[in-house]
Write a protein that binds this ligand. Structure first.
Ligand code: ATP
Ligand code: MG
Length: 571
């Protein structure tokens, strides 16, 4: 593309709402335009990269025999009422009424639509397994849209759905998608890991789910990895063990005065004890349909609760910390809550050694217990793995250290079981002519999130460093010349590079070197070629610059094409 005839604008200023580098760079490099909070328009440079991501996605989906379709963006509320999600989706789903007053919504995801298509178009087990996918706009009215395309309200998603007569078939196709996703993120040139994810409270234990996470310091997700055992899991689900701790042996139960010491830190400081010799008491309210149950959760004083694990353990619909007003009604004094005398169901985290003694609240203001030994002093409790993995932990064998990293969830694959097919009465006839609800899988990739994740992972202080497979153009060709022959040679080089199959952004705007080099660094195409009047007319030299390594080479005009080809191959 000749920039003199192009449509591209770059900016020096960092937009005030752009908190992370990739968002700043996308705005500054003129990739996207903010139309409203969390709603962006994609400008030519971004669109070219998006099309490349889509092409890679399509190629890999073809290999696993998934068929591309495009579902409507607006779905009738009736479908969501059939699945039961009209009432449970919450404010993320944007609802509207059509002119006839019917409920409609902007698709945040498409299980309902696909299940409707399936039940009307597929009849027999012989047509299974079947995988369908689309690349389409999703709308989720996220409460906190942020980081540009990373957490948008309107975004592009590739979503696929598969249908199966039995679990073996679901497992097989699930593995195909696992491999397909690995190939996609590999082909995109991204540093990613696959982690075990949380399947949600209602999932059965054999329902698999994995997330594809691009490792980046600014990622919103936390992942736990253990190199030695190749274990990797989202922290929501991760199991890990504490290292050896010096717990106190069983001791006499003693009430002690702890005036104004409400937090673990205050109590432990007052008593001169490390935090893990105390118990943290948390009260949570779990909602089951119309019913609410309050639970007392006990963790080691320096552990944090993993709410996702707790929600799974309690198998409830909703979970939240109990409100202060309810704690007062339950006679639980904030800052002094503990297991003795609390008339709530009690759950201890598994990291608590029940035969050792701890400091814990005495359910009396300004008072704690010392020597509280759970197995001796607490009646009726359960234990579960409820703690959040933390730095310094070991894997489950207790042998190897785990690492905690930040990640961006770019893909998610999920076994759904027959939840939607059953609820929406989608059936096929099995071998015996019996109508059965097929099992389903669903598989998503955040296309626009992936684009930004690629930039978050590949940039420096001067701009983007595009991974080769998705760079909007291959080469930034700049000419700094007022007249021929340099100007003319630049034109010739442009034509020749195009003929060789390169995608070339030809900066023929006539701007000075300062502006040109800044823009070239900012947009960060893999190779920059600059022909400048002064050097070219003096020594016949043209400069090749590799954006990623920062290497520069001077070459002669007649060797330019072969040299560019060589460097391109080597990238
Ligand atoms: P998150 O936990 O980040 O909110 P999710 O688990 O709700 O995402 P899925 O329903 O699994 O998302 O959607 C599939 C993929 O769509 C995600 O892996 C992610 O890449 C992408 N995605 C989800 N929400 C957004 C968003 N608000 N903006 C951009 N991409 C998104
Ligand atoms: Mg997800």
């Amino acid at each position: 593309m000749r920039l003199s005839k192009g449509y591209w604008k770059t900016y020096k200023e960092i937009p005030s709402d752009a908190e992370i580098p990739s968002h700043q760079l996308m705005m500054r490099a003129g990739l996207i335009f903010k139309t409203a909070a969390g709603i962006y328009s994609y400008l030519p440079m971004a669109l070219r990269a998006i099309h490349k991501i889509e092409a890679i996605i399509r190629k890999e989906h073809k290999r696993i025999n998934a068929h591309e379709i495009q579902m409507s963006m607006v779905t009738p509320g009736d479908l969501w009422k059939e699945s039961g999600r009209w009432d449970t989706m919450g404010s993320e789903m944007a609802r509207l009424k059509d002119a006839a007053g019917r409920d409609m919504c902007l698709s945040p995801t498409n299980e309902e639509t696909i299940t409707d298509i399936f039940r009307m178009t597929v009849d027999s087990y012989k047509q299974l397994p079947l995988s369908l996918y689309q690349i389409n706009t999703k709308f989720r009215d996220e409460l906190r849209p942020r980081f540009g395309l990373m957490r948008g309200r309107e975004f592009l998603m590739k979503d696929a759905y598969s249908f199966h007569i039995d679990k073996d078939s679901l497992d097989e196709v699930y593995n195909d998608f696992y491999q397909c996703y690995s190939n996609i993120f590999e082909s995109l040139g991204l540093d990613y890991i696959v982690v075990e994810a949380d399947a949600g409270a209602m999932a059965s234990s054999d329902q698999k789910t994995h997330e594809f996470q691009v490792i980046a310091d600014n990622g919103e997700d936390t992942v736990v990895v253990c190199h030695e055992t190749s274990y990797a899991a989202n922290v929501e689900k991760a199991k890990s063990k504490r290292g050896k701790l010096d717990f106190l042996p069983e001791a006499e139960l003693k009430e002690i005065s702890t005036p104004n010491a409400k937090t673990i830190a205050e109590v432990c400081e007052l008593l001169g004890k490390p935090k893990h010799q105390s118990l943290k008491s948390l009260v949570y309210s779990a909602i089951y349909g119309e019913k609410e149950v309050h639970y007392l959760i006990l963790l080691l004083g320096d552990d944090e609760l993993n709410e996702v694990k707790l929600k799974s353990f309690l198998s409830c619909d909703h979970l939240a910390p109990t409100k202060d007003s309810i704690l007062t009604e339950l006679n639980l004094p904030i800052g002094y809550i503990g297991p003795i005398g609390a008339s709530l169901p009690i759950v201890f985290d598994e990291a608590v050694d029940l035969n050792c003694s701890y400091v814990a609240g005495a359910n009396k203001v300004d008072t704690h217990f010392e020597g509280l030994t759970p197995s001796r002093d607490v009646k009726n409790f359960k234990t579960a793995d409820l703690r959040l993995a933390q730095e310094g932990d070991y894997d489950q064998s207790g042998k190897y250290k785990i690492e905690i990293k930040r990640g961006i969830e770019v893909g998610h694959i999920f076994q759904l079981g027959n939840k939607y097919s059953k609820a929406m009465n989608a059936t096929v006839l099995d071998k015996n002519g019996k109508a059965v609800a097929p099992l389903m899988g669903c598989y998503g990739i955040g296309v626009t999130r992936t684009l930004q994740a690629a930039i978050e992972q590949n940039h420096d202080e001067n701009g983007i460093i595009w991974p080769k497979p998705i760079a909007p153009y291959h080469i930034y060709l700049g000419v700094i010349a007022k007249k021929d022959p340099t100007k003319k040679i630049a034109q010739e080089l442009y034509e020749e590079l195009l003929k060789e199959g390169f995608e070339v952004l030809f900066d023929d705007r006539g701007v000075g070197p300062g502006v040109m080099f800044k823009d070239a660094d900012l947009i960060g195409l893999p190779i920059r070629v600059v022909i400048g009047e002064r050097d070219f007319e003096k020594d016949g030299e043209i400069e090749i610059f590799l954006r990623k390594s920062g290497e520069k080479f001077k070459v002669q005009r007649d060797e330019l094409i072969s040299e560019v080809k060589k460097y391109w191959e080597g990238l």
